[in-house]
Every structure is written in C-alpha cells, then in structure tokens.
Design a protein around this ligand. Structure first.
Ligand code: FAD
Length: 469
C-alpha cells in the first residue's frame, strides 16, 4: 500500500484495540472519538492527507514502484536530504512545529536504523536482515509508530544498577514464540494511537536482559498505555488540536515474536547502533528541521503581540525580538551547515554533519523556554484578560469589543491572538511543550557532555600550539 490518507490512518487506529487507560478506565470504543484524543488524531489524519495534496511529500519506492512517504527516504545525496527537510517542514508548518511526534520523527528513526546495519555485522543476537525487511514493510505500508527508550525514573543514581527491584522492562524468558518482556518504560508520547511501538534501550544499559530493540503492534497482548490527564480543552486554539498524549508503558509478560526482535541481550550492539550508526545525524536533522518552524511560529506570535498593542518603539522590546531573531537564524544556519558539510559514506548514504545539529538541539533546549518567557514579558496582562467566545456573543459583546480593543483592532481579534499566545506559552499544553523541548533528545546537561565529546578541538589546539611556538 502506498502513502496512506487520513481516512486510512483513522480506520487503522480505530481497528486497533490497544489497552489504553485514561483516568482509571480502559478506553473502549473508537479512540478517535475519545475527547482526550479526538483533536490530535484529527490533526494527525490531516498530515497524512497532506501527503496527497502537496508536492514532494512522496517518492517512488525502489521495490514496489509506488509512492511512499519521504520521511522514510534514506538520502543518497544532499538533494535527498533537502527533500527530507522540505517534507518535514511542510508537516511542521501545519501545526507550528507543535507535534513533536508527527509520523516523520519515528519514520526517520527507523530509516536511520535500516541505513546502519553494517554496525551490527558479526554481533551476536542481532538480526540486521529482519530489521531491513521490517523497515521496507513499514515504508510500503506507511505504518505509524511511537517509541519508548528510557527506563522509569525511579533511581537515577550511579549505583542504581545495584537495585534489586528492577522497574525497567526486561527479558524474563525466551520461548519458541519469542521474547517475554516484563516491566515498564518511562513513557511513550502518542502511546496507543499508532500502528506499532518501537522499544529500544539507549546506551548506558548495563544489563543484558535490559538490552533489546524490537517493534510490536500497539494492541499486543499484555501491553498497556497509561495516559496523563488530557490538556485538550474546548475553545483553545492549540491544545484542542495538537495535544499529543503522553503515556506510561507497561509490559505485562508481553510476547515479542522472534521476527520482530532485532537485537536482544547485547549491550554493545544496542550502544553501537545508537552511537556508531546513523541514528544521531538523521534523527537530529528531523528534529532541527521541525524546531526551525516552531521557533518561527513563536517569533510570529511575538511580533503579532507587538503590533496588537503597539509597543515596537521601546528599545527593550526590540532587544527581545533581536534575541529571538538571533536564535531562529542561528538554528536555521546550523541546519543548512549540517546539510552542506554532510558526507557520502561507503554505502552511498548522504549523512548530515552531526556537530551543527547537536549544537542546534542543545541550544534549543534553553532557547525555546526563553522564547516562551519573552512572550509572557511582551504580552503581560493580555495573557490573562481572556473572556470566552461566549462572552463576546453575549450582551456584553459590544462592551468587550471596545474595552479590550488593541491598536486599530477590535477586542475579539485581540483576545483571539492573546489566547493563542497563552496556549503556546502558559496553558498546561504550553508548559508541556516547553518541558518537551527542554528534554528533547535527552537531558540538557548530558547532551552538553555529548556535544563536548563529539566535537574535535584538535585544529583549535594546534593553532594555539603554533602561536606559543
Ligand atoms: C513531554 C515529554 C515527552 C517525551 N516523550 C518520550 C517518548 O515518546 N519516548 C521516550 O522514549 N521518551 C520520551 N521522553 C523522555 C525524554 O527522552 C526524557 O525526559 C529525557 O531523556 C530525560 O530523561 P528523564 O526524564 O528520565 O530525566 P532524568 O534522567 O531522570 O533527569 C532528572 C534530573 O536529574 C539529573 N540527572 C539524572 N541523571 C544524571 C546523570 N547521570 N548526570 C547528571 N545529571 C543527571 C538531570 O540533569 C535532571 O536534572 C519524553 C519526555 C518529555 C518531558
């Protein structure tokens, strides 16, 4: 089946009978109609429809000749990589970059694994051929994915390996039918509303029974998704449409069939696929492409506030905008640099330069929260003087339209803009977005270590040595 439409996505999501728990109850009936999911699922369906409405969203599959999603494309040239960026940004533009787990994220991850099979050569208990066929199957059927990588946050001390009560999902048995998994994983955004979930242990895993890579359908027996409270409220411009639910993932003796096991009981293979393969550059390229759109969206909201209450003559306002512009342009420049200084590897895959992307994603972890702070500083009380649409339709409407007016704009228009700014930067949805970017691709402290370790200072040091001579 070629790239799917929104209707096909809806059909599949509703056909799945995943074990999704919301507020003490298992969700029954169509998940696309549940108030916690309806808005977001509709938005995701619209993304799939865009694949058929916009140019450059698909490419001809080398195997089937059919049109499949560009997010599955393994780039063979700089142009391919730019094609990927265009596609990612087309989807991100639809939601202001606020759907961090739009399908292109995990499709990219899977494509990166499939392009990295050489790192598994000679490694025991790894199945690179199966991983490749699974990638092709996913690409040709346009599967949707969520993922869960991190262990539960019960004990993060250096000595946590000594804990006797293990919470992290682990292999408890190996049977003819497959691996048996028991335990939990930290979380999966969009858990329970995708065809499949990819489960992976990130580097740092110290136990064999906790090292694996596999993918299973979201409605696999014993797999449970436990939701947080929904942030999707009516009459909110962003939360009502883009609240990607976060779920705790529980594995109640889940059987993972052998054909879906790609790595097991091999700590080194798990680490190598992450560090030595193409996961980091490809995934970072997807993330930063989306973050550019998100930063531009925040910039657009900030400038709209400035115009709405006519504050652009103040120097500190200009200074705050300059700060946002510097950030947006720096991230864009880093993205272009990564594409420009990418390299073809021996297998003919074009890999973006990971260093500028690492820098961009680490920078975004503090830049995005700062943008949200600036929105609050510019918007001030406008962020809370927000009568509802019903108030504007009531007998108070005329008064509110006048007393809440902006600069050359009526009260309703002003409140609509400020409600958007509030939803972006202050609502539960907005706060979660900020938290999300703070921790995207990992804890900022450890990500900074990774940037330092990945960066070569050799030429800078050589120059200092020459200078000293
Ligand atoms: C909104 C949201 C959605 C997410 N969605 C997903 C998802 O879909 N799938 C998925 O797999 N993950 C997801 N994540 C998880 C994300 O990858 C993690 O939040 C991130 O890796 C940080 O891990 P942690 O939350 O366990 O924080 P922790 O590692 O527990 O960190 C907590 C604090 O302790 C400090 N700390 C802990 N250990 C160390 C150390 N060794 N050295 C120095 N300081 C340390 C950290 O600096 C931090 O201040 C999501 C997270 C958020 C917030």
């Amino acid at each position: 089946m070629p790239a799917i439409t929104g209707d096909e996505y809806l059909r599949r999501v509703n056909a799945l009978k995943s074990d999704v728990w919301y507020d003490g109850q298992k969700i029954t009936g169509k998940i696309s109609e549940h108030p916690a999911f309806a808005g977001m699922i509709k938005s995701q369906a619209a993304l799939y429809d865009l694949q058929h409405q916009k140019k450059n969203m698909t490419f001809k599959c080398e195997k089937t000749g059919e049109d499949v999603g560009v997010s599955y494309l393994i780039p063979r040239s700089k142009e391919d990589l730019q094609k990927r960026r265009d596609m990612i940004q087309e989807w991100a533009s639809f939601n202001g970059g606020l759907m961090g787990r739009s399908p292109d994220y995990m499709n990219t991850v899977l494509a990166s694994f499939a392009a990295s099979l050489e790192v598994l050569k000679g490694e025991k208990k790894t199945f690179p051929k199966k991983l490749k066929s699974f990638y092709e199957y996913a690409r040709e059927n346009d599967l949707s994915f969520t993922h869960t990588f991190i262990s539960p946050q019960s004990n993060r001390s250096k000595l946590s390996v000594l804990d006797e009560e293990v919470t992290n999902a682990r292999i408890i048995d190996k049977r003819d039918e497959g691996l048996v998994i028991r335990g939990a994983k930290l979380l999966a955004t969009q858990g329970g509303i995708t065809d499949e979930i990819i489960v992976y242990s990130t580097p740092g895993t110290a136990e064999d029974d906790q090292s694996y890579l596999f993918s299973i359908p979201s409605d696999t027996n014993g797999l449970k998704f436990v939701c947080r409270r929904s942030f999707a409220h009516c009459n909110t411009p962003l939360s009502s449409r883009f609240d990607e639910m976060d779920t705790v993932v529980l594995f109640d003796d889940v059987i993972v069939p052998w054909e879906r096991v790609f790595i097991y009981e091999n700590i080194r293979a798990v680490a190598s696929l992450y560090q030595d393969g193409k996961f980091i550059p490809f995934t970072l390229h997807q993330i930063v492409s989306r973050q550019v759109i998100k930063a531009e969206f925040a910039l657009g909201v900030a400038q709209s506030i400035i115009e709405m209450i006519n504050i652009d003559e103040y120097e500190h306002v200009q200074g705050k905008m300059a700060e946002m512009i510097r950030g947006v342009e720096s991230i864009k420049a880093l993205l272009f640099k990564a594409e420009g200084t990418g390299k073809l590897d021996q297998s003919g895959v074009y890999i973006p330069d990971p260093i500028p992307l690492y820098v961009a994603v680490n920078e975004f972890q503090s830049f995005y929260p700062r943008c949200m702070e600036i929105l609050q500083q510019l918007g001030a009380s406008g962020m809370v003087t927000l009568p509802s649409e019903r108030d504007f339709s009531s007998e108070l409407g005329e008064d509110l339209t006048f007393y809440l007016k902006g600069y050359e704009k009526g009260g309703k228009e002003k409140v609509e803009l400020f409600r958007l700014a509030w939803d972006l930067s202050m609502s539960e949805f907005g706060s979660r977005q900020t938290l999300y970017e703070r921790f995207f691709f990992g804890d900022p402290v450890r990500l900074a270590h990774a940037v330092y370790r990945a960066y070569s200072t050799d030429s800078a040091v050589r120059r200092v040595k020459r200078f000293l001579k």
